[in-house]
Design a protein around this ligand. Structure first.
Ligand code: A2P
Length: 278
């Protein structure tokens, strides 16, 4: 029919990477998570990141262009939607605006996933350590919902160090949800959740376990609390995601335990990625 709408394909071609927000949850005044529609053709590996953002007007040219930042995908590779976990920086170019998104709003998502926090970059092992600070929990929220994580390892230790208790809420709620998840139970069997050892710590507010994970590893407290042997390259694999100082310090410690850094092209004992801030 000659009267078929012409405007729509043109609009879609001009903005091919638009996705729609389906859910927003504010965890604290500084942290929120949100879900968006997933591009039908997008494949990614649990633990990878993509560029996401909002359109903004260039003050010089007056033209609209995307303002994008790297965000770890917090949802697993099998999920119909995509989830992200973000800090809110009041004067941050992107998150000052992104924190106000609501269900039905549009965001830009470049469907080119990349990253090193993937199973492919690690050699087979018995125990997987996921070390996070702050929003560095995001890629692990993906990997903890990925069946391969439990297929590949006998035990999965997830440590999360934050300044305050409230900042642990997203991770704590997610782990509770995973332990009850029917699909994961169907896929993985009734006992898979017993492999998860959750080890949250705070540094600036009273909580059941206080201190930086680096200090708790050095003192041996983590191992005695969990009733496990210290980290060694025969059995242990690790992924690190947090602020830069944390990543560097923990990387040096893992090297002291004898672990070697891996990459997609050269799987080894551990991998590192920084949590991207505004
Ligand atoms: P601390 O409060 O002792 O600095 P941030 O919010 O600054 O990104 O920090 C998140 C968490 O990571 C905080 O609990 C912080 O502890 C901790 N942290 C910061 N730097 C390091 C480091 N080099 N090693 C271990 N933990 C760190």
């Amino acid at each position: 029919e000659a009267t078929a709408p012409k405007a729509e394909p043109k609009k879609a071609a001009a903005r091919p990477d638009v996705q729609t927000v389906t859910h927003v949850h504010h965890w604290t005044d500084r942290l929120f998570s949100f879900r968006v529609t997933r591009p039908a053709s997008l494949r990614f590996r649990s633990g990878e990141f993509v560029m996401i953002g909002l359109m903004q007007t260039d003050p010089k040219t007056g033209k609209e262009k995307p303002l994008l930042r790297a965000y770890s995908i917090a949802s697993p590779s099998w999920d119909e939607e995509m989830e992200f976990y973000s800090i809110k920086v009041q004067d941050g170019p992107l998150t000052s605006r992104l924190q106000h998104i609501k269900e039905g709003d549009e965001i830009i998502l470049r469907p080119k996933p990349v990253g090193t926090l993937v199973h492919d970059a690690l050699l087979p092992g018995k125990r997987l350590w996921l070390f996070a600070t702050g929003t560095g929990f995001a890629p692990f929220a993906s990997l903890l919902r990925e069946p391969q994580t439990y297929e590949d390892y006998d035990e999965v230790v997830i440590t999360h160090t934050c300044r305050e208790k409230g900042e642990l809420a997203y991770g704590a709620a997610l782990i509770e949800e995973i332990k009850k998840d029917e699909l994961l139970h169907e896929l993985m069997g009734p006992d898979f959740h017993e492999k998860i050892r959750y080890y949250p710590t705070t540094t600036r507010e009273e909580s059941p376990k206080m201190g930086r994970i680096t200090d708790l590893l050095r003192s041996g407290e983590v191992f005695s609390d969990l009733g496990i042997e210290p980290i060694n390259p025969e059995t242990d694999r690790a992924m690190i995601c947090g602020n830069l100082a944390f990543n560097l310090e923990l990387k040096a410690m893992l090297e002291e335990y004898g672990l070697v850094e891996g990459a997609n092209s050269d799987p080894q004992h551990y991998v590192v990625e920084k949590a991207f801030l505004d």
